[in-house]
Design a binder for this molecule. Sequence first.
Ligand code: NAD
Ligand code: TYD
Length: 352
Amino acid sequence: MKRSILITGGAGFIGSHVVRLFVRKYPDYRIVNLDKLTYAGNLANLSDIEQAPNYTFVRGDICDLELMRELFRRYAIDGVIHLAAESHVDRSIHDPFTFARTNVMGTLTLLQAAREAWENAWEGKLFYHISTDEVYGALPASGGLFSETTRYDPHSPYSASKASSDHFVRACHDTYGMPTVVTNCSNNYGPYQFPEKLIPLFINNIRHRRPLPVYGRGENVRDWLYVEDHARAIDLIFHRGHPGETYNIGGFNEWRNIDLVRLLVRTVDRMLGNPEGYSEELITFVTDRPGHDLRYAIDSSKLHRELGWEPSLQFEEGIERTVRWYLDHQEWMDNITSGEYEKYYEAMYGGR
Ligand code: NAD
Ligand code: TYD
């Protein structure tokens, strides 16, 4: 095997796209997917590649130092792409400890295992940490973009935990000389996203004629990137990024939540053959999320300038594909919302 890469969180939304891309594109790499299978992990996301000879799944927790050591030894890991995390802001408001445990202590545990396995032999190694633009805080309604030098200013327990993990990764580079890369990406969308997040939740609710709970007045702005474009950026940066560097990833694609929700309503209605405006009445303004960041917008010009990356998909086309995918994969969605997929894990792994 040319490389042996540990991808953490590979059964989640973005991780499953990264695992699929690497398993298919690099048959001479060994891809080890380490995932705890929390509520957000779903092996059905990878059913099309699970038999590939260069793919191995390991169920485990990144906080388990002995297991991490064992994986580095057993598979002679020379690269890490670290995606495992608790990822939903609303959950972090209710349960910040779980976020500190996995996102901070889990990242530190993985760094420790990498350091022990690689120390004094950094050549050809890379610890690549996947992070979010939310660490930069919030921008005013118009004007300004987050760059790689924007001061960290996290507001939610989620973004605070991700910010902390980013700092530990950089500290390992600066203190021990570990080759590390951090990327901070904007909001992703596309197939296999857990339906607690805005886009899959709302597509499913429109289909079932359930209310669409828009926080506040829907004036918050997010910068959306198609998940496969993120996975392509990760591939490029894993192979050509410079150790010690940070890269922002985003598609220069800002949308007010309410405009995005209206686009979703129009698209789903059209695909289901409903009359125009049919589902508009489902839009319901609800109490705002506490500490809700007003606007995120990413300047990804460094990544374009240095490594030539740019997003491949226009947003309208990406939304078209995404809505089509969720409508065509109703069983995937129903298995999650009915709790059916939990039974599958129970049978396979004795529960979570
Ligand atoms: P997700 O919630 O869909 O998936 C997370 C995965 O991590 C799940 O498979 C889960 O089982 C696994 N996991 C959780 N705790 C674990 C633990 N202790 N040990 C091992 N595995 C564990 O998340 P996602 O949206 O795919 O995000 C992946 C990464 O990308 C996260 O680090 C997130 O912060 C970052 N990110 C996400 C977005 C976005 O828009 N979704 C944007 C930028 C960055
Ligand atoms: P989300 O998908 O949770 O991502 P993030 O909080 O990481 O940006 O939310 C995207 C935006 O949509 C955010 O501004 C919060 C808002 N939102 C709602 O208005 N209603 C909802 O039910 C959800 C889940 C999110």
